[in-house]
Design a protein around this ligand. Structure first.
Ligand SMILES: NC(=O)c1ccc[n+]([C@@H]2O[C@H](COP(=O)([O-])OP(=O)(O)OC[C@H]3O[C@@H](n4cnc5c(N)ncnc54)[C@H](OP(=O)(O)O)[C@@H]3O)[C@@H](O)[C@H]2O)c1
Length: 251
């Protein structure tokens, strides 16, 4: 039997790279997408890699041709931010963030699902962030793009509800990514604390709504994603939160 095909957008580093490699380990035939050259990705040889820029309209034409038909799984992990040093981004900078985080992925998923043969099932898992619950000065633009993504994701779930597909959201809290981990390690060394103690203090101060004392590890995110995929069609439209409980149980 042919292995199932997965497409991971934003697979060159971070969580997307972890998901791509883990899917390959679990027997999927995986194609990852990012802008940087393959040699400087965090991927090993188990993942095929395509260079494409999700801020460019041509990508909507070129990527589906390269992918050759709708895969069995699509994961959208790509993300970009505006320059936090700039208090009021230009219209172009704003548009760039919304294009990569929400608009291009929406159009791409729409196109791939529209082209899918009716008898083939496809899962789409869209990574989102608990930032959508907070309108903050620095992260507000990222949060707004992710809020747009959240609505567009559910719109896709409704659009393709009768078409043998599942479109779901995996909403995450603060991850143990390389930058946060290194920053916390550096500050802990400077202060003579353990990284665990500092992380606990950092999480309690940075977001008093969090009920976790550790950053969320990539493997737990992967297991959550796999759960959504294994649920099949019943996961359509669902929101799976692995976010440290930061928004409280009533939202
Ligand atoms: N990190 C956290 O604490 C956190 C918390 C909650 C939710 N999340 C969500 O989890 C997901 C993964 O986050 P992460 O921190 O692992 O991300 P990351 O390390 O910043 O990686 C982002 C990925 O997106 C790709 N990308 C960025 N702009 C692109 C473009 N124009 N075209 C194509 N690819 C592009 C990057 O590849 P290139 O640079 O090669 O283009 C990279 O592979 C995101 O959706 C994020 O919102 C993260």
């Amino acid at each position: 039997m042919e292995p199932k095909r997965a497409l991971v957008l934003g697979a060159s580093q971070g969580l997307g790279a972890h998901i791509a490699v883990r899917l390959a380990e679990d027997g999927w035939s995986v194609t990852g997408v990012g802008r940087r050259p393959r040699q400087v990705t965090a991927l090993d040889g188990s993942v095929e890699y395509l260079q494409a820029d999700l801020s460019q309209a041509e990508t909507l034409v070129e990527l589906p041709k390269l992918v050759a038909g709708c895969p069995d799984l699509i994961v959208h992990s790509a993300v970009t931010y505006h320059d936090f040093g700039v208090s009021v981004p230009t219209l172009d900078e704003l548009e760039q963030v919304f294009r990569v985080n929400a608009l291009l992925p929406y159009r791409l998923l729409h196109q791939l699902l529209s082209d899918k043969p009716g008898d083939r099932f496809c899962s789409c898992v869209v990574l989102n962030s608990d930032a959508i619950f907070h309108a903050r000065r620095l992260s507000g633009i990222y949060a707004a793009s992710k809020a747009a993504l959240r609505v567009l994701t559910t719109m896709l779930a409704d659009t393709f509800r009768a078409d043998n597909a599942s479109v779901s959201t995996l909403l995450l809290g603060p991850l143990a990514d390389a930058k946060k981990t290194a920053d916390l390690q550096r500050i802990a060394t400077k202060r003579g604390m353990s990284p665990e103690e500092l992380t606990k203090a950092f999480l309690r101060r940075s977001n008093p709504d969090l009920v976790i004392d550790e950053l969320i590890d990539f493997e737990s995110c992967y297991l959550s994603l796999r759960h959504l995929v294994e649920l099949g069609a019943v996961a359509n439209g669902s929101l799976y939160r692995l976010d440290g409980g930061s928004a409280g149980s009533l939202i």
